[in-house]
Design a protein around this ligand. Structure first.
Ligand code: SF4
Length: 458
């Protein structure tokens, strides 16, 4: 891995384009609104039956409620202080799980389980236990499982952590974002660093062995000095993993962002400096760059998986437990098999209505062609292993769409390649999204702009 200083700032400017994060391929904007639910069910059943006993399955459960709105937020969430909503939501998840259980001809083996949101710790410890009882009752927990949760430092209690630990959770991810009081005021997320510290220490004392922090650069009011202060504070508690995301300013889809005074947002140049400042502090303090915004300490499983070529990337970002079937439960959740994607209804009203009618809440999705599967593999190989081999049968398409872009990337010193395959050079790790873009046939074949669909690389 390279030093920060060796990144050419001209290249950063050149490649700071609107490109996807490639948590799926084809990416979500290319999915179809009219999804064929019968085909989705078929794909789910086929891959469940083939994979369940061999490798287990992954579950993602979306818990959408939050007590107050962080104005930068682009997640699917429902703001409420009424905790009575927990019951209705749990009943819907239970019914949805039953619908999927009817498609399963074997007892499910749960290898990975992630509670995301929203704010999962909005739910009481009692209700989180109820939720896990619903899922784990009559399921088998894989001996090498990984259960994880997104916790809010302001409301994750000792009781939450004890209940989760007793259910097998060992990883927690806290949304830290930025410690600066003025930035916190501007994004409406008041969260003293003391809360973050206490939540982390409590999780560790209970037995959680991997703590992740999500941080964001590009927020209103951020400066290189404020990022330095945030990073230096964060580094004192040594979270095992850090995701350092670029703030995606998409006010046309995230209404809360319209509340920002845009003059407070850092310019593109300032944003690059924010990122480089944060990255340098992380890397000079022992963090290893995993790729696409992720850093980890060398002892963490993510680093080991990267070294051993066992990293995988899905809708939850990088993971060390790869299963070929990911089932998403809850409003807006995404499910994936090797040849299909499906997304649930995005509003609670429509999600509840489908479940009440006894139907899967799937509303959008995509059935992958052979070519999609091949190109998804190239993108995964590059994001996770930093290299890929080309299959002869794709050479015609690669020559037409990909190779001209690889020539430019090679000229800029980011990759080395020939007609057999490609390998990232050290500088290429900084531009993984751009390199994956060379394999995104959907985008390359489409005329028009990506500006209002994807966020900028930095
Ligand atoms: S950032 Fe998290 S806590 Fe804030 S509104 Fe969005 S989902 Fe809720």
């Amino acid at each position: 891995m390279m030093n920060v200083e060796t990144i050419n700032p001209l290249l950063i400017r050149k490649y700071n384009q609107s490109v996807p994060r490639y948590t799926s391929y084809p990416t979500v904007p290319f999915w179809q609104d009219e999804v064929d639910v019968a085909s989705w069910k078929q794909s789910f059943q086929k891959h469940f039956n083939e994979q369940n006993y061999e490798n287990g399955i992954s579950l993602y459960i979306h818990l959408p409620f939050c007590e107050s709105l962080c104005t930068y937020c682009g997640c699917n969430k429902k703001i409420t202080t009424n905790h009575k909503v927990e019951d209705e939501y749990l009943l819907a998840i239970e019914e949805e799980w039953k619908l999927y259980r009817k498609l399963m001809q074997q007892t499910p083996v749960i290898r990975a389980l992630h509670l995301g949101g929203g704010t999962p710790t909005f739910f009481s410890p009692f209700n989180l236990r109820r939720l896990l009882d619903i899922i784990l009752k009559k399921s088998i927990v894989h001996p090498d499982h990984e259960f994880s949760i997104e916790g809010h430092p302001n409301n994750t209690t000792v009781e939450h952590l004890k209940v989760l630990y007793s259910l097998g959770f060992r990883r927690i991810s806290y949304g830290v974002q930025d410690n600066d009081p003025e930035v916190q005021r501007l994004i409406n997320r008041i969260q003293p660093f003391e809360n973050v510290k206490k939540a982390t220490e409590t999780a560790r004392s209970i037995g959680f062995n991997s703590v992740n922090f999500d941080l964001i650069y590009g927020l209103p009011g951020q400066t290189t000095a404020s990022i330095e202060r945030t990073m230096n504070q964060v580094i004192t508690i040594k979270p095992d993993r850090i995701a350092f995301y670029s703030y995606a300013h998409v006010p046309w889809t995230s209404r809360g962002q319209r509340l920002f005074d845009e003059t407070n947002l850092p310019s593109a140049e300032e944003k690059i400096q924010l990122y480089l400042t944060g990255r340098e502090l992380l890397m000079t303090n022992g963090y290893v760059e995993i790729g696409m915004d992720h850093f980890a300490l060398p002892h963490d499983e993510l680093c080991k998986a990267k070294e051993n070529g066992e990293l995988y990337r899905n809708f939850m970002g990088y993971t060390t437990r790869h299963t070929r079937l990911l089932l998403g439960l809850g409003v807006s959740s995404i499910s994936a098999t090797p040849d299909a994607f499906a997304q649930n209804e995005k509003t609670l009203h429509e999600y509840y209505a489908s479940i009440r009618e006894g139907k899967l809440a799937v509303t959008r999705g995509y059935l992958l062609t052979e070519e999609d599967i091949e190109f998804h593999k190239y993108i995964l190989d590059i994001s996770c292993q930093g290299q890929t081999n080309f299959d002869e049968k794709n050479l015609r398409v690669l020559r037409e769409y990909t190779f001209p872009r690889l020539q430019a990337l090679e000229k800029d010193g980011l990759i080395e390649w020939n007609e057999k395959g490609l390998k990232l050079k050290p500088q290429g790790y900084f531009f993984i999204r751009n390199i994956c873009h060379a394999f995104d046939l959907k985008l390359l074949q489409q005329a028009g702009t990506t500006e209002k669909v994807f966020s900028k690389g930095i």
